[in-house]
Ligand binder design. Sequence first.
Ligand code: ZN
Length: 202
Amino acid sequence: MKFVKDVAKTQLNKDQITDQQAEEAFRTILKWIGEDPSREGLFETPKRVVKAFKEYFKGYHQDPMINLKKTFSDVDGYDDMVVEKNISLESHCEHHIAPIIGVVHVAYIPKTKVVGISKLARTVEVFSKRLQTQERLTMQIAKTLMEGLEAKGVAVTINAAHQCMTMRGIKKEKATTVTNCFLGSFKEDLSYQNRYLRLIAK
Ligand SMILES: [Zn+2]
């Protein structure tokens, strides 16, 4: 059963916009804010922004499950939680295309398979390099790990600042948002959940 709907593929095939068309759109925005896109300092800017956007949104071209295909079972029966803390997060909110900057904590309890630790961060990366809400990002990471690792339980916590809130609008520069998702044993057994919360609080 597929937990996470992969919206990326359907969106991509619909209309293929060329780099040149995207650059032209940024040139229009530069004019619209009152700039002269032909002046020296800005001449190459649309090209650079397109390149940067390709990096910010590379997650649309990545399959989150690929990272979790290679697993290991030779771990001498390790069956406690694996916690990966403070994975740095850079994403963009889908309402303002403003940066979301923070950290992600991820934990899973293996059933039979464990995965290379870097793959947890890679899973975070695939979904964060798309336009997001923090709530959806939390759920997508959790459900993908649960399904991909056939884990007994998964916990995901995100603590992030949204620049659409800190730099504009209500301008609460110290506000951060915390979201959690608990699946399997982390949801059913509060002793797991509490140990996880203690471990990430340190
Ligand atoms: Zn926003």
